[in-house]
Design a protein around this ligand. Structure first.
Ligand code: NAP
Length: 308
């Protein structure tokens, strides 16, 4: 594998789970001679300094992006438009700006108008993550074997797209090109709606009057705790995802509600065959995810059993 630096300087605007994982993956692959990190809070910069995944750390944008060949927006998506507008005058000619936002059409809408002449914007979304956040959550292997989707527009510079492809491949990912709106629909059903369902079921359990909180926690191994893992994901990031992928999420939620009503009807009318047929189809989907290497087949999602 190529171990020459792809960039002399990379600036990560946001050094939480994704930004810090990118820094670790870049170090592992020797992708950048200098990694600069930016975050607004001193406490985050302090943690990053202790871990040591960046060569320089900044609480202002200008020194972070100065002379950078590659600048990555890795903050919550609601902040991207302002970040792009503020850094635009300080970008090096020819610089490539990319992002890791979980939604793409809204990011292109907010960012593209502020990209200065002579620089390039390549929208991207690494489909990899955990429910942890912050600079201490990152690790080099996060992107290994996972997909990174690039959503260039017809105006995006083809050479810049190739460079970003090479970047993500060297971080361990497989790369796919997709239309931004299609990306948002696909992710609405594979990621955004599942998170909403998890937030909702955990919220419903918390508000129940007939079952105590103690019982919910004590008997959570029945399935509930797997929803709580997802429902522990960062509130700011997920607020921004739903507000910026409104249409696709609402469309998928409409479908979901119709299917839920059909299940309600099957239970009410004793239609065991309908239930059995659906559960058989869903089991096959789980099998295909494991076969595609996107999850483990180990029981209990690979959780270690407690020794007694
Ligand atoms: P995170 O761990 O919460 O980190 C967010 C980072 O952004 C922190 O360094 C934070 O700095 C910084 N930040 C917050 N507000 C900012 C602002 N207004 N301007 C500049 N920086 C700001 O979040 P993450 O999980 O890495 O997510 C980052 C991005 O990756 C999001 O756009 C998300 O959609 C995308 N993404 C996430 C996942 C996932 O599973 N988590 C997967 C793929 C893509 P402070 O700590 O100083 O506030």
């Amino acid at each position: 594998m190529d171990s020459n630096p792809l960039f002399a300087k990379v600036a990560l605007l946001g050094i939480g789970l994704i930004g810090s994982s990118m820094a670790h993956a870049m170090r592992r692959a020797g992708l950048a001679a200098h990694i600069a990190g930016f975050a607004p809070h001193a406490e985050t910069l302090e943690k990053a300094k202790r871990i040591g995944f960046a060569d320089s750390l900044h609480d202002t944008l200008q020194p972070a992006v100065r002379d950078a060949d590659f600048v990555v927006l890795a903050a919550p998506v609601g902040a991207f438009g302002d970040l792009m507008r503020q850094m635009a005058p300080h970008l090096k000619p020819g610089a490539i700006v990319s992002d890791v936002g979980s939604v793409k059409a809204a990011v292109i809408r907010d960012v593209a108008p502020h990209v200065p002449e002579g620089t390039h914007f390549v929208p991207a979304h690494p489909i990899a993550g955990t429910e942890q956040s912050g600079p201490e959550a990152g690790f080099a292997e996060l992107f290994d074997g996972r997909w990174c989707v690039l959503t260039p527009t017809p105006d995006t510079d083809a050479q810049a797209v190739e460079t970003v492809k090479t970047f993500w491949r060297r971080c361990g990912s497989e790369v796919e090109i997709m239309d931004a709106r299609h990306h948002d629909l696909v992710l609405a059903i594979t990621s955004h709606v599942p998170h909403l369902i998890a937030y909702n079921i955990v919220g419903t359990a918390a508000d129940l009057e007939t079952v105590t909180q103690g019982e919910v926690i004590k008997y959570s191994a029945g399935g509930f705790r797997d929803f709580t893992r997802i429902a522990a994901s960062d509130p700011t990031m997920w607020r921004d995802v739903f507000l910026n992928n409104r249409e696709a999420v609402l469309e998928m939620l409409g479908r979901f509600s119709e299917d839920l009503t059909a299940l309600q009807r099957a239970i009410r009318w004793d239609d065991g065959e309908a239930l059995f047929n659906l559960f058989t189809r869903t089991r096959a989907i789980r099998r295909s995810i494991v076969e595609a290497g996107q999850d483990t087949a180990a029981p209990n999602f690979g959780r270690l059993r407690k020794k007694t």
